[in-house]
Write a protein that binds this ligand. Structure first.
Ligand code: C2E
Ligand code: CA
Ligand code: CA
Ligand code: CA
Length: 276
């Protein structure tokens, strides 16, 4: 048994080494990719559920490797956060998304809003707000057309600082959205003092719909909270017509999901959603 244990340990150690090596390799590739610009943005529509109109889009980053393979952010965002590479990558994402939004506005869609994900690491950079200001100035995007999506995790370490920064952004006219709402740990009193313009209800709450009374009650409670905070609720992950109809019947104002449109490259987004 002792020998078996030892053998098992050795396998484990080998696995760890392999995993660590793979990670090191990925880290090297990622840092090169930031320099060589191997990233691209895909855009997913945000839809006014009452009218069906496109009100904007969320920018979602993808890594296009030299061999053409597309890597999902779920794979590299955590690593980019861990290594700090998310800071230059996030700045690129913000600049690119704002630039694209202006292109579409100029092309005849002046009211489109662009939503950009901001990781905790970026948010906590002392230069974050000046960076946002600079990019708005550079690209000419109106601050009111930018939504920055943050998660409840920004409230964990520095809630007071997070609030101060959200207020600063709000005073610039930039809107802040709370992403993945319902999956985090923030309490109501923390949210009460955060100037948020949007509450993005996580797709785990949309998925069970129509579901039972409880499932709908959870969505309803998010809608009520949204009203109390003066924040528009965005239902994420709408995959079926049934889910869409339930959300409409509950008067959820905005929706996003595969049923309304998948994330696609800019050219494809224009073809699918911005036809005159
Ligand atoms: P997220 O911000 O919650 O983005 C929504 C994710 O849900 C996207 O995954 C989107 O493709 C996916 N999604 C949209 N509609 C549906 C649906 O109907 N069903 C299902 N099952 N999924 C749907 P994606 O693009 O793989 O991004 C994953 C996460 O990576 C994002 O989650 C976000 O946390 C992060 N991420 C993506 N782009 C960026 C970025 O530029 N910066 C940062 N910091 N994080 C990013
Ligand atoms: Ca998001
Ligand atoms: Ca989300
Ligand atoms: Ca997320």
């Amino acid at each position: 048994a002792k020998a078996a244990g030892k053998r098992q340990y050795r396998f484990y150690a080998q696995d760890m080494t392999r995993a660590a090596q793979a990670k090191l390799h990925l880290r090297g590739q990622l840092s090169r990719a930031v320099d060589t610009g191997e990233f691209e943005l895909h855009y997913q529509p945000l839809v006014d559920l009452a009218t069906g109109a496109i009100i904007g889009m969320e920018a979602l980053v993808r890594w296009r490797e030299a061999n053409g393979r597309l890597i999902s952010p779920a794979t590299f965002i955590p690593l980019a956060e861990e290594t700090g590479l998310i800071v230059p990558l996030g700045a690129w994402v913000l600049r690119e998304a704002c630039t694209q939004a202006v292109r579409w506005q100029v092309a005849g869609h002046p009211d489109l809003v662009v939503a950009v994900n901001v990781s905790v690491r970026q948010w906590e950079e002392a230069t974050f707000v000046p960076l946002v200001q600079q990019i708005l100035l550079e690209t000419g995007l109106s601050p009111s057309r930018l939504v920055l999506e943050i998660t409840e995790s920004v409230l964990l370490s520095e809630p007071v600082e997070a609030r101060r920064q959200a207020e600063q952004l709000a005073s610039l006219g930039v809107r802040v959205a709370l992403d993945d709402y319902g999956t985090g740990y923030s309490n109501l009193s923390q949210l009460q003092h955060l100037p948020i313009a949007q509450l993005k209800l996580d797709r785990t709450f949309v998925h069970p719909l129509p579901g039972g009374v409880r499932d709908q009650a959870l969505v309803q409670s998010a809608l009520t909270l949204g009203q109390a905070l003066d924040a528009a609720v965005v239902a994420e992950g709408i995959e079926t017509d049934t889910q869409l109809q339930v959300l409409r019947s509950l008067a959820c104002p905005v929706g996003q999901g595969y049923f309304l449109g998948r994330p696609v490259p800019a050219s494809e987004f224009a073809l699918q959603h911005l036809q005159p």
